[in-house]
Each structure stands twice: as structure tokens, then as C-alpha cells.
Write a protein that binds this ligand. Structure first.
Ligand code: FES
Length: 146
């Protein structure tokens, strides 16, 4: 699948911009500058509009993702249920800081509410969702990816 083939599945109407970006993200794991430019050209939009739309949604990546991508929800409900203790546990265990891009092999991202508040705290490792996570279960889940 190429970006061009994905674009041809959709009419160049603004309502299709987000579905196109989601599909490119699902296919390639991110919407980089080259992909965004092709989308901008297809929809006759400024590149900034494509980036603005892509970066508004947490589940669309605008950068190539490392092999181990960890995301923890910090929405109000997850935060009340110790999401920040989980984030600290991961930072300490992997010697990284949330949001840093320094390690090419692993990244920890803090994301906003996923709409699954009753099942929180929510942690996502390489797109697999874990629910009712605790600091100790986060440690166990990470072991399976290392
Ligand atoms: S606050 Fe985490 S899923 Fe809603």
C-alpha cells in the first residue's frame, strides 16, 4: 500500500482528511512530512492544515515511532487512579522521561482521555491496550516487551 493508493480511495473533500490521516497512520505507523505533503497536495490544503489536523489527535503520530512505544492516559479519571505513579514507575524502570525523544528504541508518551475511563488507568504498549493498570502490573507488562 502506498500513500497514493490510500488517497485514491477517498474523494478530495475536507470531511475525508481525518479518515485519510488515520488510514496512513494505520498503514505506516505515522504521518511524516513526506506523507503530509502528499495529503496537502491531494486536498489542495496548506501543509500546516494537514499537520494541525494530524497533531490534534493523539492516536495519529507525526513522527516515526520507536520499536517500543508506551502511552499512558493522564485524563482526569486515570490521573485520579494513579496514572502518574505508573508514569513514574515506567520512567524509573526504563531510565527515560515522558515526552523525550532521546532514546531511539523507546518512547513514553502521556496522552489524553481515550474514552475508556471506567477501565482506567489505561496504558498502551505498541498499540495494545492494557486496562486497570497499576505500577506493578505496568512493570510486568513491560517485561513482556523487553
Ligand atoms: S481518563 Fe483515561 S480513559 Fe478517560
Amino acid at each position: 500500500m502506498t500513500v497514493e493508493k490510500i488517497l485514491l480511495e477517498f474523494d478530495a473533500e475536507l470531511k475525508n482528511l481525518l479518515p485519510v490521516l488515520k488510514k496512513i497512520n494505520a498503514e505506516f505507523g505515522y504521518v511524516g512530512e513526506e506523507e503530509a505533503q502528499k495529503v496537502a497536495d491531494y486536498f489542495s490544503l496548506p501543509l500546516s492544515k494537514v499537520y494541525e489536523t494530524a497533531s490534534f489527535y493523539d492516536l495519529i503520530n507525526t513522527k516515526r515511532q520507536p520499536p517500543l512505544m508506551i502511552q499512558v492516559c493522564s485524563g482526569a479519571n486515570c490521573a485520579v487512579k494513579s496514572a502518574y505513579k505508573i508514569i513514574s514507575e515506567i520512567e524509573n524502570q526504563l531510565h527515560i522521561k515522558a515526552g523525550d525523544d532521546f532514546n531511539p528504541n523507546v518512547k513514553l508518551e502521556i496522552i489524553s482521555c481515550l474514552g475508556q475511563c471506567g477501565r482506567g488507568p489505561i496504558m498502551i504498549i505498541n498499540k495494545k491496550i492494557f486496562t486497570q493498570v497499576t505500577p506493578s502490573s505496568a512493570r510486568e507488562f513491560l517485561h513482556n516487551y523487553m
